[in-house]
Design a protein around this ligand. Structure first.
Ligand SMILES: Nc1ncnc2c1ncn2[C@@H]1O[C@H](COP(=O)(O)OP(=O)(O)O)[C@@H](O)[C@H]1O
Ligand SMILES: [Mg+2]
Length: 112
């Protein structure tokens, strides 16, 4: 949580962001055969944000729209990780190439 505290996010935002991170981290391990998470602080248009980039070189996602749908899972689990994570952060982007891997970036902007 220390990294989420650095930008002085409030407790609710912090909890949401860490929950999203935990779902995405779990996906990297469970579906992506392991990978990396990079934490970066970005500055754009005079605003600061905390950004997490999850990357793996696993099987990738054939149908991203379907994978984002609540309840869809290829692992017989809840299927709420991606959709849930998207709802918990300011910005969410997913790039995936079947056979090559998946990259998910989540961003939380600091209030001015
Ligand atoms: N990093 C990943 N690599 C490959 N497939 C993934 C990855 N993350 C998610 N998926 C696919 O998207 C589906 C939905 O993910 P998610 O919403 O987190 O649900 P769950 O993890 O419960 O299956 C997964 O079942 C899997 O098929
Ligand atoms: Mg998941």
């Amino acid at each position: 949580m220390a990294w989420a505290t650095r930008l002085q996010f409030g407790e609710l935002v912090r909890t949401k962001f860490v929950t999203a991170a935990s779902e995405l981290g779990r996906n990297v391990l469970v579906h992506g055969r392991g990978g990396t998470m990079v934490i970066q602080e970005i500055l754009a248009g005079g605003r600061e944000a905390l950004q997490l980039v999850f990357e793996d070189h696993g099987p990738g996602i054939a149908d991203v729209q379907r994978a984002m749908t609540d309840g869809f899972s290829t692992a017989n689990s809840m299927g709420l990780g991606l959709g849930g994570a998207q709802r918990l952060v300011n910005e969410f982007s997913l790039e995936s190439v079947p056979g090559q891997g998946t990259k998910v970036t989540v961003t939380q902007w600091k209030k001015r």
